[in-house]
Write a protein that binds this ligand. Sequence first.
Ligand code: GAR
Length: 207
Amino acid sequence: MLKLLVCVSGGGTNLQAIIDSIADGRITNAKIVGVISNNPGVKSLERAANAGIPACVISPKDYADRDAFNRAFLEKVKDTDPDLVVLAGFLVRIPEEFVKEYSNRIVNIHPSLIPSFCGVGYYGLKVHERALERGVKITGATVHFVNEGMDEGPIIAQKAVEVLDGDTPEVLQRRVMEQAEWVILPKAIDDIANGRISVTDGKVVRI
Ligand code: GAR
């Protein structure tokens, strides 16, 4: 049984998709053992509580400096002892030490087709604002393993979503979530939990 730790910052719709997928069998051989939020009072925490999942808040604002936050974050991760850490809308730069220690055991969902609209400054609604500014006709989402680079780790899955005339960033964000994120993130977790993928030469291969 793969033990999942889910890290969140806000609404937690991806967390909910994971919870629902475990409940209805789209994800098998996995359970969520903890949730970490960097923000207090967010809907994600309510979702975790409703599902009976232990959750805590670790906010950079509560620590003297970034190193102290990083230490507290890593300590919490280790206490939880996860097999896989899922960054489900976790909008905080994660410590490099953590990435090294959990190599190929951290996944992230990003709301674009990487390598488009990713990297520093591209997160949440901003990604969709930039996509609309550029006038792309197709966007989507990517789930990938996390390495030391920003949105640069091995890609597990991607799904394209159409941009429609008159889209606002909010409308496009919702469509990308519904049609791509809430589908490919649970599927990737299920693939990992059931040993269907591995990383070879920096690329994800299906076994
Ligand atoms: C999601 O769209 C996720 O892809 C994005 O933040 C949103 C969180 O929504 N993540 C990133 O931009 C990471 N770079 P949620 O809290 O409802 O899951």
